[in-house]
Design a protein around this ligand. Structure first.
Ligand code: COI
Length: 356
């Protein structure tokens, strides 16, 4: 246990943005949570302090060898003025799975969860209330040893920063165009694709940059060995509705186990839909489209929520879905999940935690 949580509040509060001006990830609140780690001592010096720069040495290991993991979760303000957070413990537990893969120290989920709730209660005036906006929570851990040479760092720092956000994609809930990537790969089994580690995103940027130049919003990754099986989209897991069944790739070693993915599977099962987690080859999707059984494609993610897909382009072969409109299952899932998050639909799965 890191001991006492010390709190140092700033008297210099920033102006808060209006909900309708919010984009994703550009504004940060007044305070952050920070905690240090040293081998043999564990996590210590847990503190809430003003958001701001911190001292780094150019030799800090994270810059050289990339031991960095992060999470992304969201807090909401409900219509009746309550402040809630979506499945915080599950995200912190996932952070420990990422830590394990990256040979980094695990956190005490109980302690960090309590500290996060305290931080949220201090910053609760920053939480926007309009549907589509929320307070994005970004916990992350970086290796801080000043050292050159590949080994696990002996020291780390954990931060939790907060950012009031609007939609992740400029399209909002409008369907996005996706580029199926056949040249670059994101991950292979045995690699770090299952961990929420910065290197996975670094590996994706070249393909995303090229896809954007061609007019696409995101990249759909295929497996790194056969370049055939569907994995995930840049910042989302991917789902298909084929012949009235929901299908998504299984968590079998190279893709991230998304919390929204998990919540969507729970919801669809609860509605009595057939959900399959199974390997899907990209050509099966094109065959289903030719046969007329491909009904919908949508992505799921904390930042993106539910993002319907309007078209896929795989080596020049184009599939267009639902005349460019969101399909009925995507709309129903978006309405249900945001309904639960904003407190307009009863939370029958106990996903929301209230902040005092
Ligand atoms: C999230 O969905 O929370 C993510 O971490 C994706 C991202 C903004 C990189």
């Amino acid at each position: 246990m890191p001991g006492e949580l010390s709190i140092n509040l700033t008297g210099n509060l920033k102006e808060k943005p209006r909900d309708e001006k919010l984009v994703f990830g550009t504004i940060f609140t007044d305070h952050m949570f920070v905690m240090d780690y040293e081998e043999g001592k564990g996590w210590y010096n847990a503190r809430i302090e003003p958001y701001g720069p911190f001292y780094v040495e150019p030799s800090m290991m994270v810059f050289h060898y990339g031991q960095a993991i992060f999470e992304g979760m969201k807090a909401y303000r409900t219509k009746d003025g309550r402040v809630t957070v979506f499945r915080p413990r599950s995200y912190l537990e996932r952070m420990n799975r990422s830590a394990d893969r990256m040979c980094m120290p695990s956190i005490d989920v109980y302690f960090v969860h309590k500290a996060l709730k305290k931080l949220l209660s201090i910053e609760k005036d920053w939480i926007p209330s309009s549907i589509g906006s929320s307070l994005y929570i970004r916990p992350f851990i970086v290796a801080t040893d000043p050292h050159l040479g590949v080994r696990p760092s002996y020291t780390y720092r954990l931060f939790i920063i907060l950012s009031p956000v609007g939609a992740y994609y400029p399209e909002g809930f409008k369907p996005v165009k996706i580029w199926v990537e056949s040249d670059y790969v994101r991950s292979v089994k045995g690699g770090v694709g299952t961990a929420k580690t910065s290197g996975n995103y670094a590996a994706s940027i070249r393909a995303l940059f090229e896809a954007k130049k061609r007019g696409f919003t995101e990249v759909l990754w295929l497996d790194g060995v056969e370049r055939k099986y569907i994995e995930e989209v840049g910042t989302m897991n991917i789902f298909f509705k084929i012949a009235d069944r929901i299908v998504t790739p299984p968590l079998d070693g190279s893709i991230l186990g998304g919390m929204t993915r998990d919540s969507v599977i729970t919801l669809a099962n609860d509605w009595g839909m057939e959900v399959r987690e199974e390997k899907l080859a990209i050509d099966e999707i094109y065959e289903a489209s030719d046969k007329g059984t491909l009904q919908e494609i949508f992505g799921t993610g904390t930042a993106a929520v539910i993002s319907p897909v309007s078209s896929l382009n795989w080596d020049g072969k184009v599939i267009t879905l639902n005349g460019g409109h969101a399909g009925e299952t995507s709309v129903r899932l978006y309405d249900e999940i945001t309904g639960i998050q904003y407190g307009n639909i009863p939370d029958r799965f106990d996903w929301m935690e209230e902040i005092e």
